[in-house]
Design a binder for this molecule. Structure first.
Ligand code: PLP
Length: 384
């Protein structure tokens, strides 16, 4: 464990990985926009695509400290991080086990790219560990999970996955975007590679596209070798903005998480809502598991409107909460998966995955919970 990990979470958010302004002693990190640096001997070749400009290098320290790992890397998008991490460890003939429910972009990447390179993959039937075990083969290299998952907030047992991977000499990877480093640190459970779409909670203001990886120095060094060939580095301007965003990560996510619990409890009591999916509710199938492995239950939830209440009309009637394709900003947003993210599936395929037409995914922001509740009440009244 690194020295910085002894600091409290808010101190890490504000101070770890600052670029010191030695020249003028300014309060914030100076932004180094140079794409060309002096050639300083053989070891240090600074160049943006080598992920080692001053702002990139320093921000990686903050990412690592937040996830309790030795090292980190930041990318131009979540998918740049995910694709680089997967391809860094895979070659023709290898096999990957992937959790059934994962982010759509990751799913597309796997089914559209892996075959071209002769990489085998198997999707599990569910997120239960029992469904991963029989899929392990001689050539299995990676076990890939997402927890909580999208859109029904399924929870995967990180400790069990890490143990399974270790026992079979595989690498375990998790997409930790939904929890953020504030609510869950997978490395503490032995997961090898922690992935983030920093476009979501890390950025948090719906104005940055970025990705991040946290892992051991050794794993990061291997990912780096592939990453410099793919070239998915972040511009230093955005690195600087991401550093600024991360200063309030804990404040934002804690508040959003508190709000989400309130909203989940309110929605569960609402007669016009059939069902609420939130790991912080005792009615959630994996409540005990979530309690064991999460520091907070997160700020994403889903709910099913009572039959007869049209999901699109309901969302159009919301005044404060915005319908939006993305998530995890400090403003509350909703999306109806059946009409958007899962629209390409047949109704039968959707129902198989538990996605009804009236399902709404709710990314809870930092607004006052009372105002969010009032907004939902008036929208339901207008819609029915
Ligand atoms: C958005 C998202 C991604 C992809 O991130 P981009 O920044 O859009 O590339 C990956 N995983 C999850 C869970 C996401 O929500």
């Amino acid at each position: 464990m690194k020295e910085t990990n002894k600091l409290g979470i808010n101190t890490i958010c504000v101070h770890t990985g600052e670029v010191k302004d030695v020249q003028f002693k300014g309060a914030v990190s100076p932004l180094y926009m140079s794409t060309s640096y002096a050639f300083d001997g053989v070891d240090v070749k600074r160049y943006p695509r080598y992920f080692n400009t001053p702002n990139q290098e320093m921000l990686c320290e903050k990412i690592a400290a937040l996830e309790n790992t030795e090292d980190g890397l930041i990318f131009g998008s979540g998918m740049a991080a995910i694709s680089a991490a997967l391809f860094a460890f895979l070659k023709t003939g290898d096999h990957v086990i992937i959790q059934q429910v994962i982010y759509g972009g990751t799913y597309n990447f796997i089914v559209q790219e892996f075959e071209k390179y002769g990489i085998e993959y198997s999707f599990t039937e569910s997120d239960n560990i029992e469904d991963f075990i029989p899929l392990v083969k001689e050539n299995t290299k990676i076990i890939y999970i997402e927890s909580p998952s999208n859109p029904l907030l399924g929870i995967t047992d990180m400790q069990a996955i890490a143990n399974l991977a270790k026992a079979n000499h595989c690498i375990s990877m998790i997409d930790n975007t939904f929890a953020s480093p504030i609510n869950q640190n997978p490395a503490d459970f032995g997961i090898d590679i922690v992935l983030h779409s920093a476009t979501k909670y890390m950025g948090g203001h719906s104005d940055i596209s970025a990705g991040a990886i946290a892992a051991t120095k050794e794993h990061i060094a291997q990912i780096w070798k592939t990453a410099i060939n793919f070239g998915g580095n972040l511009s230093d301007q955005t690195v600087w903005l991401l550093e600024r965003s991360l200063k309030t990560l804990n404040l934002r996510v804690k508040e959003q998480t508190k709000n989400a619990q309130k909203m989940a409890e309110y929605l569960e009591k609402n007669a016009n809502i059939d069902r609420v999916y939130y790991p912080g509710l005792k009615s959630h199938a994996d409540y005990e598991l979530a309690k064991r492995q999460m520091k907070g239950f997160g700020a994403m939830l889903s709910f099913e409107l009572k039959e007869g209440i049209d999901a699109m009309a309901f969302q159009n009637n919301l005044q404060l909460i915005k319908p939006s394709m993305s998530l995890a900003g400090l403003e509350s947003t909703t999306v109806s998966p059946a009409q958007t993210t899962h629209a390409l599936l047949t109704e039968e395929q959707r129902l198989e995955r538990g996605i009804k037409d009236g399902l709404i995914r709710f990314s809870v922001g930092i607004e006052d919970a009372n105002d969010l509740i009032k907004d939902i009440e008036q929208a339901i009244k207008k819609t029915i």
